[in-house]
Design a protein around this ligand. Sequence first.
Ligand SMILES: Cc1ncc(COP(=O)(O)O)c(C=O)c1O
Length: 342
Amino acid sequence: MAGVTFSNAFTSDNSAPAHPAILEAVIAANNANASSYGDDEVTARAAALIRDEFDSPEAEVLFALTGTGANVIALTAATRPWHTILCSDIAHVLVDEAGGPARVSGAMLTVLPSDDGLIDPAELDRVASRRGPVHHSQPTIVTITQSTENGRLWTPQAIKHFVDTAHANDLLVHVDGARIANAIAALGVPPLEAIADADIISVGGTKNGLLFGDAILVRRPELFDGINFVQKQLGHLPSKHRFVSAQFEALFTDGRWLELAAHANTMAARLSTGLTRLGLQLASPTEANEVFVVLDPPTHAKVAGHYALHAPDPLRPIYRLVCSWATTEEEVDSVLNLLGGA
Ligand SMILES: Cc1ncc(COP(=O)(O)O)c(C=O)c1O
């Protein structure tokens, strides 16, 4: 198609540029010397904003350089090597972190079946009942993803029931919130309702307009003893910490994190509706900023020369299109025009 150049616009939300307000915040933080390793005022302000947004005054907030880092730090601080971490069959911690959580924590992962990453709470009763005998790894924490790897939402009711069931089974709950802002914006609820009473949350920044950086909201610090040491050991405590924190301060000021996420969701809805109108089949319902569509080889060939699309499962013709704060209506319409063309 004339005028369309090869683009990563839909490959992932981390292929998007950083938002200008984030870059301005980094430049503004570059005005003087400051205490290192997070012992600075910008970090204190950013942490307070995140605590406030999640209505979690007792929480500690740490920052990591990547989402994988945030997940590995959280899960390692929760476990001992004879523990097991429960996760869904499509969890990023299972499939896309090169075994990091298992290697670093020493705990194993126990995979639970799911519907697009949404796990039936009854699975927790089943697995936790195996706790006790010295022969078995001991279930200790369950991790879920909001919104899930397949772009699905845990509703406030569903996540509350899940977290309550986990706690009733003496399990801690970690939420991988790489896309938590998209979930909250889509659900239209106060942030705390999107995580229920979970114990520790990876709060995404990278996919929502930062240069890089994901936060860890430790809602029950007493249950994650030593987490600061884990963060340091793994190299996620940058000495020039204020430049990570300045990004978060800008993101969490005046609701920007939800505004950017809402835009991404709106673009995904436009794309999803357009794909359906073209008669294409969605592989999962579009609920946040990720769209999964079935494309046979001739149909995929219509876009392949113009847009790099991720295929999460090499054995199935399903393509993922992710929208970000930077996605434009023109980009969405250009994909639809390509797919709808001869
Ligand atoms: C659900 C989920 N969790 C965590 C991450 C980790 O992010 P990073 O690539 O920054 O390590 C990603 C990134 O794709 C993700 O999709």
